[in-house]
Design a protein around this ligand. Structure first.
Ligand code: ADP
Ligand code: MG
Length: 247
């Protein structure tokens, strides 16, 4: 099956009079680890809220495989896996119970939920934590549970909003690598939002978002060449150097 495509066309979002997204257009590379790089207040989480339909699209269009997500919302949500910026696990439930709850919401059978939970937790290195309460897991492991949960209904697009924020370097790297594996091995189209440059590799498709506007889009390599910056870091700093975002 071909990897899924996601395109955002001229999307503007306002909170009252505050413009959080200003005529944002971008296209994810199917089957790739797409980095959405932007400082605090850039509009990353607002974009996620629109993609997950927490908010209605006020202006512009979001197209999944060429069709507006407003046309077949349930079909879209069935294809979408999400790890939100704030953890949404129930700490008092076990790992498996958290996954079961999510699976049931997606209409999966108990058997499918058990099989898929075991599979996802296995490769994420958490097979032996199935019956443990989430409260007893460290931050990195909790994030992995959220990734397993996001994969349970076999989505073709995976969105992660600052999934590694607040973790130590080793856990951050492990999670970043795990998500990259999903692109290589399953052809998932990933959107990875971050403000951390070290999570982006030079060959990744990158979208730089700042104060609600897309300032650059392309592979890290190509952007540096086109803009004549020595590194993605230098480019990012230059483009976002126009003072603190208004978060
Ligand atoms: P990021 O996730 O990149 O840090 P956000 O999407 O959270 O950015 O925020 C973008 C802008 O929108 C910021 O200026 C933020 O203060 C504002 N904002 C975010 N959520 C709300 C809200 N619910 N009401 C009003 N303003 C908001
Ligand atoms: Mg955010």
């Amino acid at each position: 099956m071909a990897a899924s495509s996601l395109e955002i066309q001229s999307v503007t979002h306002r909170y009252g009079t505050r413009v959080a997204l200003n005529d944002v257009s971008l296209r994810l590379q199917p089957g790739r680890f797409n980095a959405l790089l932007g400082p605090n207040g850039a509009g990353k989480s607002t974009l996620f809220a629109l993609l997950t339909r927490l908010y209605r699209v006020q202006q512009g269009h979001i197209l999944f495989n060429g069709v507006s997500i407003d046309r077949h919302p349930r079909r879209w949500l069935a294809q979408l896996g999400v790890v939100f910026q704030q953890s949404t696990l129930d700490l008092d439930l076990t790992v498996l119970q958290n996954l079961e709850y999510h699976g049931a919401l997606h209409g999966l059978s108990t058997r499918t939920i058990r099989e898929r939970s075991a599979r996802e937790l296995e490769w994420l290195g958490l097979a032996d934590r199935l019956r443990d309460r989430v409260r007893s897991l460290n931050g990195g492991h909790r994030r992995r549970v959220e990734i397993a949960r996001a994969l349970l209904h076999a989505p073709s697009i995976l969105l992660l909003d600052e999934a590694s924020a607040g973790l130590d370097v080793a856990s951050r790297r492990a999670i970043n690598n795990a998500v990259r594996t999903l692109c290589h091995e399953r052809g998932l189209t990933v959107l990875w939002a971050t403000h951390l440059l070290e999570e982006v590799q030079p060959e990744d498709p990158v979208i730089i978002l700042h104060r609600g506007q897309v300032l650059a889009q392309g592979s890290g390599h190509a952007l540096c060449e086109a803009e004549q910056d020595p590194s993605l870091g230098a480019l990012f700093e230059r483009l976002t150097a126009t003072g603190e975002a208004s978060a």
